[in-house]
Design a binder for this molecule. Structure first.
Ligand code: NDP
Length: 311
């Protein structure tokens, strides 16, 4: 099977690219990946995506984007791209079904996944207290006590953001210092309602069917000073990094040291002509749905131009 444009991923970037290619009369195939709709399907109400004055459920927003693309005629298929050969055009993608698709252009929109600690309790309280996005969910914890796990720039940024909304913000930091930049550390230190718990790990979470009530913590784990204690919190925010979904590319595309795809300045072009990247997979900085949708649009326009110039 051959397509002028293969779109890999079904978050805001992938679906927007599908909408734009289809409207430009460029036949494309979108392969949805493991999590149809991407990261937004894991959150509750989205209040910062323009156009929805009452907010919109994350799952609904993604379903709407898919329906909009399909209504325009987009070819969207379930499946996972397990490998891709970008060494020559047309490019060849292999799916988990064993099928292959050849494509003149490829838009990679496979997103990034928030890293979790791996505690069973994180799943138990997912969407009921556990979140990996303060900008998305912080609003629901106004005037409440919350904790942020991590000591990097993201954790500091999330803690500062939450400190504007919440009563008290704990930062749970496994080392005796913050890894974050001096500027970010300073911003955290200026907030009276942020309390940093150094040398501290999370052992578990507790609560009821109504939601999270607290976290079991351990200070100086594995040492003679080891000390277990609990904190009462309504929200538990993970900020221990994101993992861009680029493994299947097998190092064929230029990545930054964290594994994000590097795009050429002011375009979505990668270092391989005809291969474009959109959304979180190429965005270590903003990681917002609206930004991903924007780059999905840009990638579709870039692919359209490439196809016109390389007939
Ligand atoms: P980082 O990798 O920089 O930091 C991750 C943090 O999580 C570290 O403190 C790390 O601890 C901690 N951590 C990792 N795994 C665990 C675990 N299993 N248990 C407990 N803690 C854990 O990720 P960020 O998302 O903060 O930043 C990613 C990149 O984006 C960085 O380059 C950062 O500078 C950049 N960034 C820049 C911003 C800005 O300039 N405004 C804003 C946000 C991000 P430890 O230190 O012990 O390893």
């Amino acid at each position: 099977m051959h397509t002028p444009c293969l779109i890999i991923g079904s978050g805001p970037a992938g679906y927007t690219a599908a909408i734009y290619t289809t409207r430009a009369a460029i036949p494309s195939i979108t392969i949805e990946g493991l999590q149809r709709g991407g990261q937004l399907t894991q959150t509750t109400t989205i209040e910062n995506y323009p156009g929805f004055p009452d907010g919109i459920d994350g799952f609904q927003l993604m379903d709407n984007m898919r329906l909009q693309a399909e209504k325009l005629g987009a070819d969207i298929r379930s499946g996972l791209v397990t490998a891709i050969d970008l060494s020559q055009r047309p490019f060849t993608a292999t799916l988990d079904s064993g099928d292959t698709i050849t494509a003149d252009t490829v838009i990679i929109a496979t997103g990034a996944s928030a890293r979790y600690l791996g505690l069973a309790d994180e799943k138990t309280f997912a969407g009921r207290g556990v979140s990996a996005c303060a900008t998305c969910d912080g609003f629901f914890y106004r005037k409440k006590n919350v904790a942020v796990v991590g000591g990097g720039d993201t954790a500091c940024e999330e803690a500062v953001y939450l400190s504007n909304l919440c009563k008290h913000v704990y930062m749970i930091v496994r080392k005796d210092h913050l890894r974050a930049s001096a500027a970010m550390r300073e911003r955290v230190e200026q907030r009276d309602n942020i309390e940093i718990l150094y040398n501290t790990n999370t052992a578990g979470l507790f609560g009821t069917d109504d939601g999270l009530q607290g976290a079991h913590l351990v200070r100086h784990r594995g040492t003679p000073q080891e000390e277990a204690f609990d904190i009462n919190i309504d929200g538990f925010f993970l900020a221990i990094g994101h993992q861009p979904n680029t493994d299947f590319l097998n190092n064929q595309i230029q990545l930054n040291p964290e594994g994000y795809i590097i795009t050429q300045p002011d375009t979505t072009a990668t270092n391989i002509p005809g291969v474009f990247a959109a959304g979180d997979v190429a965005d270590p900085r903003y990681r917002q749905a609206i930004a991903a949708a924007g780059t999905g649009c840009r990638a579709a326009l870039d692919a359209e131009r490439f196809l016109a110039q390389n007939k």
